[in-house]
Design a protein around this ligand. Structure first.
Ligand code: DX5
Ligand code: ZN
Length: 221
């Protein structure tokens, strides 16, 4: 198993102080900045776009930025986010007319590519594109909002995704997003995840480092 990555979702950060919030969470030990892009079309909420990603880069943020696209259509946003400094770009397969093409666009733009599976989206969307995936992201809540509860049967789905990834022989991360907390991260890790998004659990806490340290100690094997 790879080294685990903690990816705080800035959806729960204070947007009025976003640069400082991202600096603080990285100084507290985060590995990756999870960047939730919502369009009020694919999901019923509206957040931030490439300009904000670019602004973080211009502010001096050099950590990997994990752009989670909850938008439809997908393809226009790929080039814009690649230019804005995204490291990972992931999208929901149901939101793309041509999944393989969208993955190729991400790779051609020099970013790491991934598919995102909603709680009820079957994993078979990954079957014929494993060679183009750097990450598979399982949603453990329905997308659109932070602060929701982890859907328990995602643990079985994680085990299924882990088996598919291992059987493929490709080097693919397994990321989990939604309702991840200090008290459930150990079982999520045991089910096969190696990249953990957490929004409210980190940004709603008084001390980011305490939460991140606790999460890491829960998944230290
Ligand atoms: C939900 C987003 C998540 C969200 C996670 O659509 O994709 O990244 O911010 O927030 P928590 O950790 O609070 O469930
Ligand atoms: Zn997300």
């Amino acid at each position: 198993m790879k080294e685990c990555l903690i990816a705080p979702s800035i959806l729960s950060a204070d947007f009025a102080r976003l640069g400082e919030e991202v600096e603080n969470v990285l100084a507290a030990g985060a590995d990756v900045v999870h960047f939730d892009v919502m369009d009020n079309h694919y999901v019923p909420n509206l957040t931030i776009g490439p300009m904000v990603c670019k602004a973080l880069r211009n502010h001096g943020i050099t950590a990997p930025i994990d752009v989670h696209l909850m938008v439809k259509p997908v393809d226009q946003m790929i080039g814009d986010f690649a230019e804005a400094g995204a490291t990972y770009i992931t999208f929901h397969p149901e939101a793309s007319e041509h999944i393989d093409r969208s993955l190729q666009l991400i790779k051609a733009a020099g970013c790491k590519a991934g598919l995102v599976f909603n709680p009820a989206t079957p994993l078979h969307y990954m079957d014929y594109v494993m060679d183009k995936l750097d990450v598979v992201l399982l949603m453990s809540v329905n997308p659109g909002f932070g602060g929701q509860s982890f859907i328990p049967n995602t643990l079985d789905k994680l085990r299924e995704a882990r088996a598919k990834i291992d059987a493929s022989g490709f080097d693919i991360r397994l990321e989990i997003d939604g309702g991840v907390k200090v008290d459930n991260i150990a079982e999520i890790y045991a089910a096969g995840a190696d990249m953990f998004v957490a929004g409210s659990a980190i940004f709603n806490a008084p001390d980011y480092k305490t939460v991140i340290d606790k999460m890491r100690s829960e998944i230290a094997s």
